[in-house]
Design a protein around this ligand. Structure first.
Ligand code: UDP
Ligand code: MG
Length: 153
């Protein structure tokens, strides 16, 4: 099973949408393997958004992630990385397809509700960045056989 990182960004917290967003992943059939609230530091965000460091909006994006605490989640499932990524929708929420989380709940490029890992490599390094090993829980939902066929597991 793959594990991937989701961050409920400050916009989700400010707009009272924590439950709604978490429900989307639960209802899909993903399993929550870890979750905590954390006030991110500029230092950690510089690492997390390192691929944007030459962009003029780098500092602004980092500051937007420190308006209030965020909620970091680890979701688990078969091909969870691409499943969660496609549930999020495109970076620019105004272009994000209806039915995606960004497409349904946001109007902005920057204020796009959630972060999701974009590949197996980034999922692994991002989960290490935001979680200690003991904060990721290894268990199996008892209804797994209703979510997947045996040969998919
Ligand atoms: N971002 C922005 N302006 C841009 C591109 C990105 O404000 O032109 C912000 C936005 O919040 C985005 C985050 O920077 O979610 C990380 O950018 P990335 O390209 O990794 O997009 P994502 O993987 O989140 O879709
Ligand atoms: Mg990204």
């Amino acid at each position: 099973m793959e594990k991937t990182l989701v961050i409920l960004k400050p916009g989700t917290i400010q707009r009272g949408m924590i439950g709604k967003v978490i429900s989307r992943f639960e209802e899909k059939g993903l399993q929550l393997a870890g979750m905590k609230m954390v006030w991110l530091t500029d230092e950690l965000l510089s690492e997390h958004y390192g691929h944007l460091k030459e962009k003029p909006f780098f500092q602004q994006v980092k500051d937007s992630m420190r308006v209030c605490p965020v909620i970091v989640c680890c979701w688990e499932g078969v091909e969870a990385i691409q499943v969660v990524r496609s549930m999020a929708g495109t970076t620019n929420s105004r272009n994000a397809a209806p039915g995606t989380i960004r497409g349904d709940y946001s109007m902005s490029v920057q204020e796009n509700i959630i972060h999701t890992s974009d590949s197996p490599e980034t999922a692994e390094s991002e989960l290490k960045r935001f979680f200690d090993e003991k904060e990721i829980y290894d268990y199996s939902l008892k209804n797994r056989s209703s979510i997947y066929a045996e040969d998919e597991l």
